[in-house]
Design a protein around this ligand. Structure first.
Ligand SMILES: *Cc1c(COP(=O)(O)O)cnc(C)c1O
Length: 375
């Protein structure tokens, strides 16, 4: 019997925090000493640094990626009677934000190879009620922005970016987040740039929209107790901003490490019978928030990974239109064939910048073995 190999976690946040521990502790101490816990200096500084990094004029720190999406839709006065187009294979928050403002989520199927929105399907889904299209940069791969921009401009609807999985990704050489009217980012701990709790940000080039978003996140206030809009509490707190300021300078090198992991997977999975991510066009980018492969006999592979102590995920096991939460839309099986096919075949392998060569080899060995034993 071969020795039981060590476990490979799906994600290991500890390995990222360890080398930054002193800087993180100092940043947290600075906030605690200042007792300025809400908005304030740290948040302003982070907003400026993140906006500068992405090359977009305005960043508005909020308390989650979900709030970011929600506030963008509210600021654009999208609501009842309006339709917003999105892919069915995204995290449910993309759809929830549309539903929570009272608008109707309208799905457009995705391209089977890239798993990103198919512009032709988006075009077919546009109606007189369409107000916006949400380009989700799923898994950290850029959505087909050129086609989506052309389409939305021609039809006079907004293009929004859900960049919650794509911090630092570039399209035609420019960072995502500045292509549409506004973009939503999440700093949930496991994202490519993650806080020590929930956090998010909105990017926009539109100064007036930025001002509205700043008011909306803080009870519609223009100044203290001068409530000019019906807002909410969706503020980014200073502790999270301080942590994010320590981490932001490392984002590019972490993304480079993710690309290293992805190319090693690509090479080592050649004999595994699984489909690795489709190659990128020269103007596209991938920051590999997740490394998602496809396998026709996924349950056998899942079994082998479990047996060998290898972490994995399914992103996402049920397309949004088939979830119980969205049963009310009445969209039966076959509504979005590509998204439905993908949901049954996708498998997310361990992916984080610190993933070691040994662990990658271990994962690929199990994947390759599974191909021979499950036939
Ligand atoms: C994480 C994520 C969100 C939501 O972000 P939260 O910070 O968890 O609210 C939205 N869309 C996508 C694609 C995500 O991955």
């Amino acid at each position: 019997m071969p020795a039981m190999p060590s476990q490979v976690p799906f994600l290991d946040l500890h390995s990222q925090i360890l080398p930054l521990r002193n800087d993180l502790d100092a940043a947290i101490r600075r906030v605690v000493d200042s007792c300025g816990f809400i908005l304030g200096r740290e948040v302003q500084d982070f907003e400026q640094e993140f906006a500068a990094y992405c090359g977009v004029d305005h960043a508005i720190g909020v308390d989650s990626g979900t709030s970011a999406l929600l506030l963008i839709l509210r600021a654009l006065r999208i609501g009842p009677g309006d339709e917003v187009i999105l892919p069915p294979n995204t995290f449910i928050a993309t759809a929830e934000s549309i539903s929570l403002v009272g608008a109707t989520p309208v799905f457009a199927d995705v391209d089977l190879a890239t798993q990103q929105l198919d512009p032709e399907k988006v075009e077919a889904a546009l109606t007189a009620r369409t107000r916006a299209v949400i380009a989700v940069h799923l898994f950290g791969r850029t959505a087909p922005l050129a086609a989506l921009l052309a389409l939305t401009r021609a039809r006079g609807v907004h293009l929004l970016e859900d960049a919650c999985q794509a911090h630092g990704a570039r399209y035609q050489g420019r960072h995502v987040g500045g292509f549409g009217i506004a973009a939503a980012f999440s700093f949930y701990p496991g994202k490519n740039l993650g806080a020590f709790g929930d956090a998010g940000a909105i990017l926009t080039r539109d100064a007036a929209l930025a001002e509205t978003l700043r008011q909306l996140r803080d009870h519609g206030q223009r100044a203290k107790y001068d409530h000019v809009l019906l807002g909410t509490n969706a503020r980014l707190d200073s502790l999270q901003a301080a942590v994010l300021r320590v981490k932001l300078p490392h984002l590019d090198s972490w993304n480079a490490q993710r690309r290293r992991v992805a190319s090693q997977y690509e090479a080592l999975l050649r004999d595994s019978e699984c489909l690795t991510p489709a190659p990128l066009a020269p103007f596209e980018d991938h920051v590999h928030h997740l490394y998602v492969v496809r396998h026709r006999r996924r349950s056998a592979v899942v079994h082998a990974l479990r047996e060998n102590g290898i972490g994995f995920g399914l992103h996402y096991p049920v397309p949004i239109h088939r979830t119980a939460a969205y049963a009310g839309l009445g969209l039966g099986p076959g509504s979005y064939p590509n998204a439905e096919l993908l949901a049954g075949e996708i498998l997310s392998l361990p992916m984080y910048p610190e993933l070691t060569d040994t662990h990658i080899e271990q994962v690929c060995e199990v994947m390759t073995q599974a191909a021979f034993t499950s036939g």
